[in-house]
Design a protein around this ligand. Structure first.
Ligand SMILES: CCCCCCCCCC(=O)SCCNC(=O)CCNC(=O)[C@H](O)C(C)(C)COP(=O)(O)OP(=O)(O)OC[C@H]1O[C@@H](n2cnc3c(N)ncnc32)[C@H](O)[C@@H]1OP(=O)(O)O
Length: 228
């Protein structure tokens, strides 16, 4: 489903089609999703496909395979940090032929957070700073990297960068994130009513079931090719 949604977004952004063809496609899309809107989960109930402990969020806008806007990004071990490979397309465009700066921030927020998680720490983004040194090209294999730069109490600082795969020494975007693990009171007020699909409680914390990047984890490794 996520792959079909991604294909639909790309087609919508690139199609050279008449208004009549676009209206026909739009009607077909509405017909296809109509049965899916009859019964939906409540906002505070996780998808049955989610597994917070293993870091799996199926509809996360960066790493969720089921989210049509997500690439989805996959993380790989990179020394004591993480990296991800990505090639962005028309759905992520800001200035013509270049990546939207907000999309770069979205991707870096996630990979910086993951850089904290692989050290056994977790937090919500309290600060995110990006320095856009050069425009990030579309349709070009990119490398996104992050590693923990410091930790004190509930605060974790992580730094990272976006480069092309071809020229990893040329930094296009530098990023720094401060992640703060919320106090018990804040955790209860934010996530106290959230339930897993089977009715279990969750503290909102991602990836606490493991301390290291686990290449065998479904959240980190590409899944099997979808059946046709
Ligand atoms: C595959 C999985 C990958 C996962 C990656 C996920 C990436 C995406 C993550 C997100 O999108 S999170 C959503 C966006 N972030 C938020 O909505 C957070 C909003 N902010 C808050 O809810 C609170 O400000 C926060 C939980 C961050 C802190 O609240 P607390 O009440 O727990 O913290 P407190 O005020 O007691 O401060 C704790 C420490 O953090 C420091 N701190 C808190 N907020 C700060 C801030 N904004 N800037 C700098 N320092 C900050 C604070 O000074 C203090 O430092 P010390 O311990 O040294 O005294």
């Amino acid at each position: 489903m996520g792959d079909a949604l991604r294909a639909a977004l790309t087609a919508a952004a690139t199609a050279v089609a008449s208004p009549a063809e676009l209206r026909k496609a739009a009607a077909a899309i509405r017909d296809a999703i109509e049965p899916l809107t009859e019964e939906v989960r409540s906002p505070a109930t996780l998808s049955p496909l989610d597994d917070m402990g293993r870091g799996i969020r199926m509809f996360n806008p960066v790493v969720g395979p089921g989210n049509g806007f997500a690439l989805p990004l996959r993380f790989e071990p990179d020394g004591d940090g993480v990296l991800a490979r990505a090639t962005l397309g028309p759905v992520h465009e800001g200035p013509p032929t270049f990546v939207h700066g907000g999309v770069s921030a979205l991707l870096m927020d996630q990979i910086l957070g993951q850089g904290a998680i692989v050290t056994g720490r977790w937090g919500m983004t309290a600060e995110l700073t990006l320095r856009y040194r050069r425009p990030v090209p579309l349709h070009t294999p990119l490398l996104l990297t992050s590693r923990m730069a410091g930790a004190a109490g509930r605060r974790t600082t992580v730094t990272g960068a976006i480069t092309t795969e071809a020229e990893p020494e040329v930094v296009l975007v530098e990023a720094m994130g401060l992640f703060v693990s919320p106090s018990e009171a804040k955790t209860a007020s934010y996530f106290g009513t959230v339930r897993t699909a089977s009715g279990g409680e969750t503290d909102g914390r991602l990836g606490h079931a493991r301390q290291d990047v686990d290449a065998a984890s479904p959240a980190l490794a590409p899944g099997p090719a979808p059946a046709e």
